[in-house]
Write a protein that binds this ligand. Structure first.
Ligand code: NAP
Length: 260
């Protein structure tokens, strides 16, 4: 449907969770895909399991400029061009703001925000030369609203949404589109400790008009659309894929029973 044949996509944080589903969805549309994360073991397991010559994995630590450069060069030497970049690498750390350790604050910002900046810059230079490209940054509900105990995460994701718009404004003239996708609540390695707590999950579900959590595949579909030639005039948009969570007032929304 989206026809990504002869396109090459790089996905940071593509070894598991949402990033892995994004990689699979890009692959299913015919793209060549390079996934990166710190755990080489997880990357190799994914590549083996997918069994496609169009999928490759390479170690990547988005906190390290040299690692980002090496990752981008690997993609370029393998496929000659990069058409799509998805910045999905991310971490969270949850403690009250007054106790938030500086080391954790810096690490969360360095991965979620600075990491996307490094990736966008290294890939962006190549896209500027080619006058073509599409970047999708994985933002969050926390780019739009906040909930307690994740101050660095909220700050990083709000900044990432704004950086996304800034790049769209600067790079539109080079025929590079930059958009964001803000996933609603999805059970993954990162979120399972909180989302698998029955009360917390129930509260999220109650505040979601569709009355359920999302799946990683639903996020991946939105990313593929934005990355594809079906979205050629969508630029600087941060799309919530959240079952309507943001459309209701988070503090008061409960699914009402219809009147009899
Ligand atoms: P996940 O399963 O924990 O995946 C995170 C991915 O990021 C892994 O591949 C991880 O691999 C990689 N990563 C972490 N630090 C990295 C680094 N320094 N360099 C390169 N890769 C790194 O979590 P997820 O839920 O799928 O999260 C994916 C993205 O979605 C994140 O940006 C997250 O903020 C966002 N998101 C998730 C939800 C949700 O409900 N799950 C909601 C909104 C937004 P390694 O640890 O091996 O490096």
């Amino acid at each position: 449907m989206f026809d990504l044949k002869n396109k090459t996509a790089l996905v940071s944080g593509g070894s598991r969770g949402i990033g892995k589903h994004i990689a699979l969805a890009l692959l299913a549309e015919g793209a060549n895909v390079l996934v990166g994360s710190r755990s080489e073991e997880e990357l190799h397991a994914f590549v083996r399991e997918a069994g496609s010559p169009a999928l490759a994995g390479r170690a990547l630590d988005v906190r390290d400029r040299a690692s980002v450069r090496e990752f981008v060069q690997f993609g370029l030497s393998r496929w000659g061009q990069i058409d799509i970049l998805v910045n999905c690498a991310g971490v969270n750390y949850r403690v009250p703001a007054e106790d938030y350790p500086e080391e954790q604050w810096l690490n969360v910002i360095d991965i979620n925000l600075n990491g996307a900046y490094r990736m966008c810059q290294e890939v962006g230079r190549h896209m500027i030369e080619r006058r073509s490209g599409s970047i999708v940054n994985i933002t969050s509900m926390m780019s739009h609203v906040t909930t307690p105990n994740q101050s660095a995460y909220a700050a990083s994701k709000a900044a990432l949404a704004q950086y996304t718009k800034l790049l769209a404004v600067e790079w539109g003239k080079y025929n590079i589109r930059v958009n964001g996708v803000s996933p609603g609540y999805i059970v993954t390695e990162m979120s399972k400790d909180v989302l698998l707590q029955p009360d917390f999950q129930q509260r999220i579900v109650d505040k979601t008009p569709q009355n359920r959590l999302g799946s990683p595949g639903e996020i991946a579909d939105a990313v593929v659309f934005l990355a594809s030639g079906r979205a050629t005039f969508i630029n600087g948009h941060v799309l919530a894929v959240d079952g309507g969570f943001l459309a209701g007032h988070p503090s008061i929304y409960v699914n009402p029973k219809p009147e009899a």
